[in-house]
Design a binder for this molecule. Structure first.
Ligand code: ZN
Ligand code: ZN
Length: 142
């Protein structure tokens, strides 16, 4: 089984992610812009049971998401990197920050969401599904 390691900037926190992600979502929403300090976030969604904190004790922060359900973010209290988050909207899934894998060969996103907030200079490939806001959650079996 594929095993990938996600790590914060300073290395204090490490996550082991087993198997393949259920979906990969590139999000352009304004909350992700503030959270990452970048123009977008890439969330790698795994089944929650497939992700384990191998090292460190992440701090957490919860807020309402743009879709109205709370999301709990876990980050390194030392270097501030956001590592993973638990959206109540998707109770079977957990999002891991794609950048935390530091892997240029990581699979591409399956979808782009909240493209209405996308920075104007950024061109997205037509081959990947685009959603102006969020698509409805899929059944947990898919
Ligand atoms: Zn850190
Ligand atoms: Zn977002």
């Amino acid at each position: 089984m594929t095993l990938r390691t996600a790590r914060c900037h300073c290395g204090q926190i490490e996550l082991a992610c087993e198997g393949e992600p259920r979906k990969i979502s590139m999000c352009h929403c304004l909350d992700c812009q503030r959270r990452t300090g970048s123009a977008f976030s890439i969330a790698v969604f795994y089944a929650r049971a497939m992700v384990h904190v191998e090292r460190g004790n992440p701090a957490s922060f919860e807020r309402q998401s743009a879709s109205g359900k709370p999301v709990k973010f876990h980050f390194c209290g030392r270097c501030g990197s956001n590592l993973y988050w638990e959206p109540e909207r998707l109770p079977d899934l957990l999002g891991v920050a794609a950048g935390a894998f530091a892997d240029p060969n990581f699979p591409a996103p399956h979808q782009f969401v909240w493209t209405r907030d996308k920075h104007g200079w950024l061109d997205l490939p037509d081959s990947i599904a685009q959603h102006e806001v969020n698509p409805p959650p899929r059944a947990s079996t898919t």
